[in-house]
Design a protein around this ligand. Sequence first.
Ligand SMILES: [Zn+2]
Ligand SMILES: [Zn+2]
Length: 150
Amino acid sequence: MFTISGRTVSIMHYKKNEKNSEPFQEKCNIVRNVPSNLSTSRPKPSKCFPLCIGGSSLALGKSTSVNKRSCDTLRCTSCDFRVVSFNDFQWHKDTDYLFLRNNAPDFDRLKPKLKSKQGSRSYCCQCCHKTMDSLTEIRDLPVKWVCGNH
Ligand SMILES: [Zn+2]
Ligand SMILES: [Zn+2]
């Protein structure tokens, strides 16, 4: 019983004092919503560097300078949607902004503009699309995609 935290004691206290229940409950909830892991040493979220995408043979995950991968947490800062990718597909050449806007990121709805192509990986958000065949750094592409941490 000596290990009960101050937080738990407060809640028990509240139950006994029903007269003041309303404000006390509010106070308790605020206290309980504070993340309890702030002081623990969890690994910090980390971003890909360099940030890459590539063909379907390129592994998905976090990219480092010695182990380049296709980032799987990509997000577009232009349309604020996550970037999805499809292995062994390429985008039809008339895929446009409006089509993506209406259909991404649902594969079944995007399918009409996806053509099967071994080795390629097609990427899109709701405003732009890319077909990749080989490893490419995103800074060399005209897209505003960023790593969303790993
Ligand atoms: Zn990443
Ligand atoms: Zn976008």
